[in-house]
Write a protein that binds this ligand. Structure first.
Ligand code: BTN
Length: 336
């Protein structure tokens, strides 16, 4: 579905301020909100009605005062807006459903929107994964694309994959005490099951990168009936046997992305690599990598400073692999 027919929800400063006020105070009157946000009392009432319709639980009335009793846990721009962050979380395009956040983000990148612009969707109708695969995107998952203008050489772009998967794994680990692991080049696993996939699309000129769109899909509250359709996948909800807050997870990922991307742009690759290695499920495993040039089999021994996987082959030679579909083979067996 072409996205220009579906209108995005953009950040509303008034809605943001009203929500801030409601969340801060125990009980707040319509008049107080009107004063602090600088709108009329009937304007406040209209917003309260709209917020309730969106799923915010706001008890009380304009006379008795309102009190905030709960959020719908949806990734509305006002829930993820980060005024203090330099790049991310300022420009947000939110869609209830969309073809793919990648398509919209690419169009925006071509229009040179500010770096860190985020396109987020609650559902994708034709979400895509690596190597032309489909990315099943039912409600409950987190689907977003971020526009980047990195100041790194094209050869170093694989590091963006490693950075993004590390950030997602760290957030899942911190928030839920699960044991997520990074899988080369750009997945996050729980056990051997995939919980997050990352896709990078870019445009470049001979001597520089024009833009990169970083797409991240996380199976957050994705239900079993969808997960069962996807081979070897899981969701955080399935692992924990309870729903999680997508707003909390998204905000944690965004804050870490903001921090790590700064490091990347300053050429501080070592830190990113060492974090990825610490979380890696691929290293020390026997792997089969399917590349356009053919299959490579061996033991994954390290990643290079450019994010390539170093694979020790049968004849003990080390092969540097930049891209491909990596399959973890059984741990036991000959360790070549
Ligand atoms: C993969 O593992 O193959 C990559 C999956 C990437 C999925 C994300 S969801 C947000 C963005 N929009 C898409 O259509 N794909 C990426």
């Amino acid at each position: 579905m072409p996205y220009h027919r579906i209108r995005p929800l953009l950040f509303s400063p008034v809605k943001f301020k009203i929500l801030q006020k409601l969340k801060k105070e125990i009980v707040v009157s319509g008049e107080e909100i009107a004063k602090s946000v600088k709108i009329s009392r009937s304007g406040v009432w209209k917003w309260i009605k709209a917020l309730r319709k969106e799923g915010y639980v706001i008890k009380g009335s304009t006379k008795k005062g309102y009190f905030f009793a709960g959020s719908p846990d949806r990734l509305f721009p006002e829930e993820i807006y980060k005024p203090k962050m330099r790049r991310f979380g300022k420009n947000i395009y939110f869609f209830k459903k969309v073809s793919s956040t990648m398509d919209i983000a690419k169009e925006l990148a071509q229009k040179k929107v500010p770096e860190g612009t985020i396109v987020i969707a609650e559902k994708q109708l034709s979400g895509r994964g690596r190597l032309g695969r489909e990315w099943v995107s039912p409600p409950g998952g987190i689907y977003f694309s971020v526009i980047l203008y990195p100041k790194i050489p094209l050869m170093d772009v694989p590091l963006i994959n490693l950075m993004a998967s590390t950030v997602v794994a760290e957030s899942i680990k911190e928030l839920y005490k699960l044991k997520p692991r990074t899988k080369w080049p750009n997945d996050v696993l729980i056990g051997e099951k995939k919980v997050c996939g990352i896709l990078i699309e870019l445009a470049c000129e001979p001597d520089r990168i024009k833009w990169v769109v970083l797409g991240i899909g996380i199976n957050a509250n994705t239900d079993r009936r969808f997960i069962n359709k996807i081979e070897n996948s899981t969701s955080i909800k399935l692992e924990l046997k309870k729903k999680i807050s997508v707003v909390e997870l998204f905000n944690s990922v965004l804050e870490k992305l903001n921090r790590e991307y700064r490091q990347l742009n300053h050429g501080r690759f070592r830190k990113i690599l060492s974090k990825w290695k610490n979380l890696s499920s691929t290293l020390k495993k026997r792997v089969k990598i399917i590349t356009p040039e053919g299959e490579i089999k061996g033991t994954a021994i390290d990643v290079s400073t450019r994010g390539a996987l170093l694979v020790k082959l049968k004849d003990n030679k080390i092969k540097e692999v930049y891209a491909g579909d990596c399959i973890h083979l059984k741990k036991v067996g000959r360790a070549y």
